[in-house]
Design a protein around this ligand. Structure first.
Ligand code: 4AD
Ligand code: MG
Length: 458
């Protein structure tokens, strides 16, 4: 019977006649037998197999180099070695797939930059393997959080005709011939001849469709891929990333901020309990302050300030920032990092942003200058959540859409939610990769997703 390394290492009692299959991390040869360190990806740790050179199949043992795949049958017995409870005393050995000396992941330290050049192999390292396990567990913890609260998991379209954020950072989806597209009599590209009979794009956010579903189901969330053609060459921007977007009917900005804070804390707490081996690794090799920071975050309320207060704090800080602090402009990454890392030394939710800096759908505050927007900023990353209460008043929404130059006709479906039984509602987007950076201490978004897509790289 095949068991995984994780099961083997957590066994309650010795087991006989089990098979453990995996990839060789190292092999050490002694006289008459070898130690094989095996990892199968099921957990952080390896299991050690002791393989006698006279066993069936052991003639191939010398070809089992680092990276080779093997299946070892044997008995799980208490290990005399330090730091491991069990080892596998082999009764037979089989080499499944050779890996020669050109296997790039020989046992030595590798830089993250090098590992990025081999995305198809790097998940076999401790660092990326740990990341993939944390990523999987965090994805399910997102579902746990919302499912337990009675949210419906909805699937919003990936191909869409609207630009939710209004930033024009869209990837076009077309089947037209790029060399000779059909043209109108005026010489423009004739998009009515395209696949969807109009211009179509990959979604930058499922929010607008999410709002229509929240206005039917109450509480919903999406968790899916999101695409942005922004030419940002930073460690925190990817062109393809995953976003969690709850949308809640009968909810205001305060309820929205509470939900975002509780979600982030739930994910941090889950990681501390269920991914501790991985977090200890990240704490030791990637970010020494990680565990302390996560434990701190899990237990305390986030700071909460208005945008106007945040601007005052930045102006009073005595710092010279690369980008000047001006009321009315969006906060830059350096400003966000100052607030969360230096000033509050804790996650902070900033709310009530100037309306000119924000998209059309945010609810206007009574001061006429700000909207009911909120961002959650965390140490080491900056913004991980962006959201708002939505403008539910029909006339206000239409005025905002006109002010943003939107074509009201093509958004008729969205405006309908305000025409028929409009309700106060709110929601936010949590960037899944940014959350993973926060939970693991990884400093670059390219190292928290298996196949990162960034400008110039696919
Ligand atoms: O602040 P953003 O642009 O908000 C929205 O898209 C809203 N429609 C969400 C909503 O209210 N339903 O993006 C939300 C979050 C950001 O806070 C950030 O964590 C992440 O998505 N994000 C990115 N992550 C990686 N790479 C990028 N290029 C990202 N852009 C945004
Ligand atoms: Mg944002």
């Amino acid at each position: 019977m095949r068991i995984k390394v994780k099961q083997a290492l957590s066994a309650e009692q010795p087991l006989t006649g089990v098979t453990i299959s995996g990839w060789v991390r190292t092999r050490r040869d002694a006289k008459g037998f070898s130690f094989v360190e095996l990892n199968d990806g099921s957990c952080f740790r390896n299991v050690q197999a002791v393989v006698d050179h006279t066993l069936p199949g052991a003639d191939q043992l010398m070809e089992a180099l680092t990276g080779a795949s093997v299946a070892i049958v044997g008995d799980l017995v208490p290990s005399p070695a330090k730091g491991q409870k069990w080892e596998l005393k082999a009764t037979s050995f089989a080499l499944l797939g050779r890996a020669d000396e050109t296997f790039p992941l020989q046992k030595k330290g590798h830089t993250v930059e090098f590992l990025r050049t081999i995305p198809h192999l790097r998940a076999r390292t401790n660092r990326l393997g740990s990341m993939m396990r944390v990523r999987s567990r965090m994805a399910m913890a997102v579902h746990d959080f919302f499912q337990r609260r009675g949210f419906a998991y909805v699937h919003t379209p990936i191909v869409t005709a609207s630009d939710c954020e209004g930033a024009g950072e869209l990837f076009r989806v077309t089947t037209l011939d790029p060399v000779a597209p059909p043209r109108t009599p005026e010489g423009q590209v004739d998009w009515t001849a395209d696949f969807f009979a109009k211009q179509a794009y990959l979604t930058v956010s499922g929010q607008l469709e999410g709002e229509t579903l929240a206005c039917a189901l109450g509480d919903v969330y999406t968790f899916g891929p999101t695409f942005r053609a922004e030419n940002s060459h930073t460690s925190r921007h990817a062109s393809e990333f995953w976003m969690i977007e709850p949308e809640m009917a009968f909810c205001d900005l305060a309820g929205n901020m509470d939900c975002a804070e509780e979600l982030v804390k739930h994910l941090v707490k889950t990681a501390l309990v269920e991914c501790l081996d991985e977090l200890e690794f990240f704490n030791a090799y990637v970010d020494k302050g990680l565990l302390e920071r996560l434990r701190f975050v899990a237990d305390r309320p986030f700071a909460r300030v208005t945008y106007t207060e945040a601007v005052q704090l930045l102006l009073q800080s005595g710092r010279t920032f690369e980008f000047p602090v001006v009321w009315g402009e969006n906060l830059q990454s350096e400003h966000e990092r100052y607030l969360t890392e230096q000033h509050f030394k804790s996650p902070v939710t900033v709310y009530a942003y100037p309306k000119a800096a924000k998209p059309f759908y945010m609810r206007q505050n009574d001061d006429g200058k700000t909207v009911a927007a909120m961002d959650v900023l965390v140490p080491g990353v900056g913004e991980i959540v962006g959201g708002s209460q939505r403008e539910e008043r029909l006339d206000w929404l239409v005025a905002a859409m006109e002010a943003h130059g939107l074509d009201l006709e093509s958004y008729g479906w969205y405006i309908d939610t305000r025409r028929f039984g409009s309700v106060p509602h709110a929601g936010f987007g949590l960037g899944f990769e940014r959350l993973l950076m926060f939970v693991t201490g990884e400093g670059n978004i390219r190292d928290v997703i298996a196949y990162p897509r960034t400008p110039g790289h696919a």
